[in-house]
Design a protein around this ligand. Structure first.
Ligand SMILES: *Cc1c(COP(=O)(O)O)cnc(C)c1O
Length: 377
């Protein structure tokens, strides 16, 4: 039987491994010159906007909310279909999460529903670019500007994605990226936040490290409550090696996505009742290749059967509002029907840089076999 094919796997090249070893031998293994270099290169990529790195793509969003002064009594609108981090950060700062249902085609937050959810207490929107596909960015910022709302883009999955030729992160308000192990580029764990100006960047530095300010010769003071969120030079060395291959990584993912569409064929949806993602080689980085299973097929069984074929299937994501923590806040079934249907049936097929077209073929063949034999078991 063929080797197990996971749904995702990082690829770290030998040059990157050597640069990590150099850091480990250097005597300086926490935040230092590698972090500064990584931030500099990211800033160039994001059109010169200020960028700060952190130890996750979760604290980035929490810090953006703090910089924006959002807290108790404020409402923040987000999507129920994301990693729970997206909503947790709203609770972390004491604000109130307000969910808006998703668009069944893009699986991203539905901007009509965002507009309908705005109240006098709304202060911000956190859109998520699921699988790396951005929302309609013109419309998003038109809504935000009209209602004077801050935007914290959860672009955790969207490095290398773009909108009308501009990289995601090179425009807009706060933009948060994750470099967690499964993301298109990784630092093992980590993230970065694109900010608007030097003042916000200085605040981000304070929130990143205990609120410490340095003033004068060897002077130190603390004037805001910060945490411990800095990236290490070990992580930044991995990030620099990964970032140098971003275009290559994105191009490979586009090629693999195209191979999925070609292999499954034009009639796949009509024949199986499954739903493919929008075929987009323009704006998305193809962080994930997600299909929505037909109702007759139960997700957990599908995943188990694909595992019998030695193929790993991911699940991104269970609707956030149905987790116990959120039910305790009053959210319940039936509130966001599209998110609930998609969240029950969505699966992520294998998609990572080191895969080849044979792996795509193997996945499609196994999936078609599982679909056609469904009744027989
Ligand atoms: C990965 C991810 C996060 C969290 O990033 P971490 O670096 O793991 O903290 C948040 N939102 C989305 C959509 C993600 O995919």
């Amino acid at each position: 039987m063929s080797n197990f094919l996971p749904f995702s796997r990082p690829t770290i090249d030998e040059a990157t491994i050597a640069s990590v070893a150099d850091v480990l031998r250097s005597g300086w293994i926490t935040s230092g010159s590698k972090v500064a270099e990584f931030e500099k290169q990211l800033s160039v990529y994001f059109g010169g906007r200020p960028v700060r790195t952190f130890n996750s793509g979760t604290c980035t969003m929490e810090i953006a909310l703090r910089i924006a002064g959002i807290g108790e009594g404020d409402e923040v609108i987000t999507t129920p279909i994301s990693w729970v981090a997206t909503a947790n950060v709203i609770l972390e700062v004491g604000a109130t999460p307000v969910f808006a249902d998703i668009d069944p085609v893009t699986r991203n937050i539905d901007l009509d529903k965002v507009e309908a959810a705005i109240t006098p207490k709304t202060r911000a929107i956190i859109p998520v670019y699921l699988a790396g596909k951005p929302v309609d960015m013109d419309r998003l910022y038109a809504i935000a500007n009209k209602h004077k709302l801050r935007v914290i883009e959860d672009a955790a999955q969207a490095i290398g994605s773009s909108w009308q030729g501009k990289p995601i992160g090179s425009f807009g308000d706060f933009v948060s990226f994750s470099f967690q192990a499964n993301k298109n580029i990784t630092t093992s764990e980590g993230g970065c936040l694109v900010l608007n100006n030097a003042e916000e960047a200085a605040l981000a530095e304070k929130y990143r490290l205990q609120g410490v300010t340095r003033s004068g010769w060897d002077g130190i003071d603390v004037d805001v409550l910060g945490g411990k969120y800095n990236m290490t030079d070990i992580a930044a060395a991995i990030g620099l090696g990964q970032f140098s291959k971003l275009n290559e990584i994105t191009a490979r993912r586009h090629k693999l996505a195209k191979h999925y569409f070609v292999t499954l064929g034009k009639d796949f949806e009509a024949q199986t009742g499954a739903q493919l993602p929008p075929e987009d080689y323009e704006s998305t980085n193809w962080h994930l290749f997600q299909i929505v299973l037909p109702e007759r097929i139960t997700r957990a069984d599908f995943m188990a059967r694909m595992k019998e074929h030695n193929i790993g299937i991911g699940y991104h994501y269970a609707p956030i509002h149905l987790f116990k923590l959120y039910r305790a806040l009053g959210f319940k079934e039936g509130m966001f029907p599209v998110a609930e249907r998609v969240g029950r049936q969505i699966v992520s097929l294998p998609m990572f840089y080191a895969m080849d077209e044979g792996d795509v073929g193997r996945t499609c063949a196994a999936m078609c076999e599982v679909f056609s034999n469904w009744r027989s078991k």
